[in-house]
Design a binder for this molecule. Structure first.
Ligand SMILES: [Zn+2]
Length: 110
């Protein structure tokens, strides 16, 4: 797992000290969300996802119980994050309301 860079100076040489993150270059200390609790949902390349984000599907996904496939490259707008195995709730035109796994999408940054 990679540690986040310092939010003050951008240094990558940060380290963990108990529940705090510490930057050795500027001395900034900050707290990170407790691991395991309120986990950030991330896409396939590690971008944190949020409600309302737009993502694209990075591989063909067969939908269980149907003959539909969500094609790679499909753009999905206005996602909603939910708890569970399929952690993205979304509506895909022509497919309907489905759940996606965050590891199969990539966030679209504007
Ligand atoms: Zn710093």
């Amino acid at each position: 797992m990679q540690l986040p860079p310092c939010p003050e100076c951008g240094s990558a040489f940060t380290y963990e000290l108990d529940a705090l993150m510490v930057c050795p270059e500027c001395g900034h200390e900050w707290s990170v969300a407790a691991a395991g609790e309120d986990d950030v949902i991330r896409d396939a390349v590690g971008n944190p996802l949020a409600d309302g984000d737009t993502v694209t599907v990075i591989k063909d996904l067969k939908l269980g119980g149907t003959s539909s496939t969500v094609k790679v490259g499909t753009k999905v707008r206005n996602i909603r994050l939910v708890a569970g195995d399929h952690d993205i709730d979304c509506k895909i035109p022509g497919v309907g309301q489905i759940g996606l796994k965050s590891q199969f999408v990539k966030k679209v940054t504007k």
